[in-house]
Design a protein around this ligand. Structure first.
Ligand SMILES: [Zn+2]
Length: 61
């Protein structure tokens, strides 16, 4: 499952870990989080999250 990164503070939502702070159990995909869910660190809404790796420059070394 894909991890999502908060565009405000950099918090990473990992579906394999869930979000115990918000009562989200492990195994919940980001897409299945309740609409009321916000970043546990900075309180940003789901809209502020992007899939990990998206929008980042990938440099081929
Ligand atoms: Zn955040």
């Amino acid at each position: 499952m894909e991890r999502y990164v908060c565009g405000v503070c950099g918090y990473v939502y990992d579906p394999e870990s869930g979000d115990p702070t918000s009562g989200i159990e492990p195994g919940i995909p980001f897409a299945d989080l309740p609409y009321s869910w916000v970043c546990p660190i900075c309180g940003a809404s789901r809209d502020m999250f992007a899939p990990e790796g998206a929008g980042m420059q990938q440099f081929s070394l």
